[in-house]
Design a protein around this ligand. Structure first.
Ligand code: PLP
Length: 286
């Protein structure tokens, strides 16, 4: 990481310092985004920035920068010429007032931070063998559509997955699948592709949206509808989607094989469409 952005300045990471009074640090009072870039072009930049605006509006924080200011600073972070494929991270907190109080004094300047880091290429075993997941009750709050920096539940869920030798935890609430700790979930059953509908119970994933768009463009029918936990357990295929991990095939769930235990046919098709889309982004065609 050569430089990061903090409150108007581009600095070396070790020079960038935030106050201990920052409400991000004390309350988790802030929101964030992660945006992938390929060959110097962002994938679905406007959709990410729209979701960022929605998260800020939901916690009643004005966006401190204009759309054009964000675009300019994000482009600078990935460098010219860009250093490999990178994901930019952006975060805004309610700032660092003089004292710790749940109510924040009017006029407090938000803290604005952004950085870029390389996207690790997918390991070939993942496309060949898929990944393992576990299931757990969704212990999070009920405003999961906000991309909040308060991520302790997600941290706990990822750790439990790792302890079980799995990549991700798929969560459920009242018998229905919500999403992964850091991803959205798709299920294929009898050739039907399904994903839970957007609501306050899950993040409206940008990769989820792109996968649905690609499905629509290529005549793959899908349903956005509630998915029972037992449907997940009996699925022919399960996929995860996220900006840095793309669309991944899940081949083990709670220690048992999903379908025939191999990445499914529909996933292979979606992955080809996704990779082709990424190449178009990389060549500046999208
Ligand atoms: N759901 C949660 C809880 C996430 O944290 C993420 C990404 O971090 C996603 C879904 C996937 O969202 P996106 O595709 O926009 O990266």
């Amino acid at each position: 990481m050569s430089e990061v952005y903090l409150n108007g300045a581009f600095l070396r990471p070790e020079e960038a310092k935030v106050s201990v009074m920052d409400r991000g640090f004390l309350f988790g009072d802030g929101v964030y985004e992660v945006i992938p870039s390929y060959g110097g072009y962002f994938l679905r930049l406007e959709q990410h920035l729209n979701r960022f605006d929605a998260s800020l509006a939901a916690i009643r924080l004005d966006n401190p920068l204009s759309r054009e200011e964000w675009r300019t600073l994000l482009r600078r972070l990935i460098g010219t010429p860009p250093a490999a494929d990178q994901a930019v991270y952006l975060q805004v907190t309610r700032g660092a007032p003089g004292s710790r109080d749940h109510l924040c004094p009017a006029g407090t300047q938000p803290t604005v931070f952004a950085s870029a880091s390389p996207i690790k290429p997918r390991r070939p075993e993942i496309a060949q063998d898929g990944v393992a997941c576990i299931t757990r009750p969704d212990i999070r709050w009920q405003r999961c559509e906000i991309k909040s920096i308060s991520l302790v539940a997600a941290v706990m869920m990822r750790r439990e997955a790792e302890e079980e030798g799995a990549l991700e935890t798929i969560m459920h609430r009242a018998g229905l699948v919500t999403e992964g700790a850091v991803s959205n979930v798709f299920v294929v059953k009898n050739e039907a592709l399904m994903t839970p509908p957007n609501s306050h119970l899950l993040l409206p994933g940008i990769t989820r949206g792109l996968a649905l768009l690609l499905a629509e463009e290529h005549g793959i029918r899908y349903l956005e509808e509630p998915i029972l936990l037992e449907t997940l357990r009996g699925a022919d295929e399960i996929w995860l989607s996220s900006s840095t991990r793309e669309v991944l095939p899940v081949t083990r769930l709670d220690g048992r094989p999903v379908g025939d235990g191999r990445p499914g046919q529909l996933w292979q098709r979606m992955d080809r469409l996704y990779q082709a889309h990424k190449e178009q982004v990389r060549n500046g065609h999208v």
